[in-house]
Design a protein around this ligand. Structure first.
Ligand code: T46
Length: 138
């Protein structure tokens, strides 16, 4: 599984750092939605779903967390601990976010509006979906 991590350009000077994200320039899709999570309770695992079409970039802009990605064949764990790094998550990818530091703020840039129909929340459904898609490719 190929992990796509973007390293954004920090514009630093003697006042501190600033990162700017522009669609199609720094982010490979039109940004239709931004959301973020914070005050995540210790030990919690968020996500536990895949998306049919949605693409996203996750940036832990404060603190740290880990993301487990699963494409149905392979799993990888990616630590997010720098405010200038973004993890790209394509569609049809099971994701779990966990190990949040108490001060973690995880920001997500999304390619589309919120749509519950786009979620695959059952792991067996996700596996069936992935396997059916690779069968169609043959
Ligand atoms: C994802 C991971 C990385 C909204 O009303 N609008 C929104 O745009 C979002 C994202 C959520 N919500 C509501 C729906 C739920 O009542 O906020 C509540 C928590 O959402 P959810 O349980 O889906 O949050 P996570 O952290 O499990 O997953 C989220 C995104 O939903 C998901 O697309 O990929 O972050």
């Amino acid at each position: 599984m190929q992990i796509v991590k973007y390293v954004f350009q920090p514009h630093g000077d003697d006042r501190g750092q600033l990162v700017a994200l522009e669609e199609y320039r720094d982010i490979p899709f039109e940004i239709k939605r931004v959301y973020y999570m914070y005050d995540t309770v210790a030990g919690v695992v968020r996500g536990k779903h895949a998306h049919r079409t949605l693409e996203q970039i996750l940036v832990c802009i404060h603190g740290s967390c880990k993301v487990r990605l699963d494409n149905g064949y392979e799993k990888k764990i990616i630590p997010l601990e720098r405010p200038y790094e973004g993890l790209y998550i394509a569609n049809n990818m099971w994701r779990e976010m966990y190990d949040f530091s108490p001060d973690a703020v995880l920001m997500v840039l999304a390619s589309d509006m919120y749509d519950e129909q786009d979620y695959i929340r059952d792991y067996d459904d996700f596996i069936n979906c992935v396997k059916n898609k690779s069968l169609k490719k043959i």
